[in-house]
Design a protein around this ligand. Structure first.
Ligand code: HEC
Length: 143
């Protein structure tokens, strides 16, 4: 029963999106400069493979699993940029990939438990094997 209710809600949400998309498409089909996708929507595609023993590059995984929020323009980037600037750091440090103070353990802790506006990411969202690679990428990034 719960599942049915969820499907119905999801269906309604999707319908809502479709309507919004339709009006955007109408606007986009008007002559003018080509529309550019926001950067946070241009996430890396993920090759097929064993997610429990992932061999995908950490940067690709980060882009795919975290990019919707942590690539330029994403809500995580926007929030962190505001926080970092207020704390006296340069705005570029709002991008996790530009940080040199993140340890792998800290990244894993935030991902599994969430932090303020960031929801926890489950092992379905990001497997342990994927998270290992993402955390190593973020830790090693600015070294
Ligand atoms: C749904 C959006 C969303 C997703 C998906 C997401 N994050 Fe976040 N993340 C945020 C937001 C928002 C914050 C800022 C939280 C706050 O302080 O309010 C944040 C903060 C963080 C921080 C803390 C930075 C600091 O300065 O303390 C880390 C580390 C982090 N995210 C890593 C990740 C990783 C790695 C992934 C992918 C596995 C990921 N996040 C996926 C939204 C997201």
């Amino acid at each position: 029963m719960k599942r049915i209710a969820f499907v119905m809600i999801a269906g309604l949400a999707l319908n809502g999106c479709n309507d919004a998309e339709k009006s955007e498409q109408t606007a986009a089909s008007a002559p003018g400069p080509a529309m550019q996708m926001p950067l946070y929507q241009m996430r890396a595609e993920l090759p097929e493979g064993d997610r429990l023993a992932s061999e995908v590059d950490g940067e690709v995984l980060f882009s795919n699993r975290c990019g919707a929020c942590h690539l330029p323009g994403g809500m995580g980037t926007n929030l962190l940029t505001k926080q970092r600037v207020e704390a006296g750091y340069p705005p570029e440090s709002g991008l996790l990939a530009n940080r040199d103070d993140l340890t792998a353990d800290y990244v894993k802790d935030v991902v599994r438990h969430g932090k303020v506006a960031m929801p926890p990411q489950t092992r379905v969202d990001v497997t342990d094997a994927e998270l290992e690679r993402i955390a190593a990428f973020l830790e090693g990034e600015a070294e």
